[in-house]
Design a protein around this ligand. Structure first.
Ligand SMILES: [Zn+2]
Length: 122
C-alpha cells in the first residue's frame, strides 16, 4: 500500500511540513476536486488503530488515532482536515486517481452464494 498524508514530526523528520504545501488558489480554482477528494478521504475504511491521537501540524487540533485505506493507498484518519481547513495540497497522482475513480464504493456483487443457500434451505 502507498502511504500518503504523513507530516513532519520535527527537524529530523523526512516527512513534509504541511505549512509548505498550503495553496488556497489551487482549491479555489478546483473546488470540485476539493469536495470529491475530501469525500473520498473520509470514506476510506478504518484500519490500524493506535493508542495516541495525532494533532494537526498547523493549528494543533486533535485528529484521529487510526488510519484509513481504500486498499491501494493508506492515510491517517481526518487527513481531510488539512485540505478543508488549511488547503494543503496532496500529490497530483493521488488526485488524478481519486477523480477518475467511479463513485465510491464500487463493488462487483456476486449473489450466487446466497441464492445457492436459499435453494437448499427454503
Ligand atoms: Zn489544523
Amino acid at each position: 500500500m502507498i502511504l500518503i498524508g504523513y507530516w513532519t514530526t520535527g527537524p529530523d523528520s523526512e516527512y513534509p511540513d504541511p505549512k509548505n504545501l498550503m495553496n488556497s488558489e489551487f482549491y479555489k480554482k478546483n473546488w470540485k476536486i476539493k469536495s470529491q477528494l475530501t469525500a473520498y478521504i473520509k470514506s476510506g475504511k478504518p484500519c490500524n488503530f493506535y493508542r495516541g491521537f495525532s494533532s494537526c501540524r498547523i493549528c494543533g487540533k486533535i485528529l484521529g488515532s487510526h488510519e484509513r485505506t481504500d486498499g491501494t493507498y493508506i492515510w491517517p484518519d481526518q487527513l481531510e482536515h488539512y485540505i478543508l481547513e488549511h488547503n494543503v495540497l496532496l500529490p497530483q497522482k493521488f488526485i488524478d486517481y481519486v477523480m477518475t475513480k467511479e463513485a465510491w464504493p464500487h463493488f462487483t456483487i456476486d449473489d450466487s452464494f446466497w441464492l445457492d443457500w436459499a435453494k437448499t434451505n427454503s
